[in-house]
Design a protein around this ligand. Structure first.
Ligand code: IDP
Ligand code: MG
Length: 141
């Protein structure tokens, strides 16, 4: 299948709350193929490397501390227009502002604990997929 790829993480609170299955099920229902999938507990240094673009932001410390506070589930997703469509599916960064039915609205609790990450561009999707997965771990259907 053709189409482009995006990268997602299910964040620690959503993993701890047992929402992984429901979130993955929703992603599949929306027509994405899962090309790679794993559960990882990042250390803070790894979270800092992943979120390096935000290193000057005031929330960088709390974000990276949170993202290393428990396991996350990382995945590569494929679908036509994956990057933009996935951002629509997850909803606004703050779950309070997210549209009804979006993943962040359903499973997020606040700005920090907003259930999932989604890449914001094709270029960043490539970088983020490569951060977590080697070529050998990625399926081609
Ligand atoms: P995004 O995840 O919707 O792309 P970004 O601006 O890339 O949003 O921010 C990365 C993550 O950092 C967000 O998902 C959110 O959890 C957290 N975050 C963003 N802005 C703030 C803030 O102002 N305070 C605390 N955490 C924030
Ligand atoms: Mg972002």
């Amino acid at each position: 299948m053709t189409g482009n790829k995006t990268f997602t993480m299910i964040k620690p609170t959503a993993v701890a709350q047992g929402s992984v299955g429901k979130i993955l099920d929703r992603i599949l229902e929306e027509g994405y193929l899962i090309l790679a999938l794993k559960m990882v507990h990042l250390c803070q240094r790894e979270a800092e490397a992943f979120y390096e673009v935000h290193k000057e932001r005031p929330f960088f410390g709390s974000l990276t501390e949170y993202m290393s506070s428990g396991p996350i589930v990382a995945a590569i997703l494929q679908k036509d227009n994956a990057v933009d469509d996935y951002r629509t599916l997850i909803g606004a960064t703050n779950p309070g502002d997210a549209a009804e039915g979006t993943i962040r609205k359903l499973y997020g609790t606040d700005l920090g604990r907003n259930a999932v990450h989604g890449s914001d561009s094709r270029e960043n999707a490539e970088i983020e997929c490569s951060f977590f997965f080697s070529g050998m771990e990625e399926m081609s259907w």
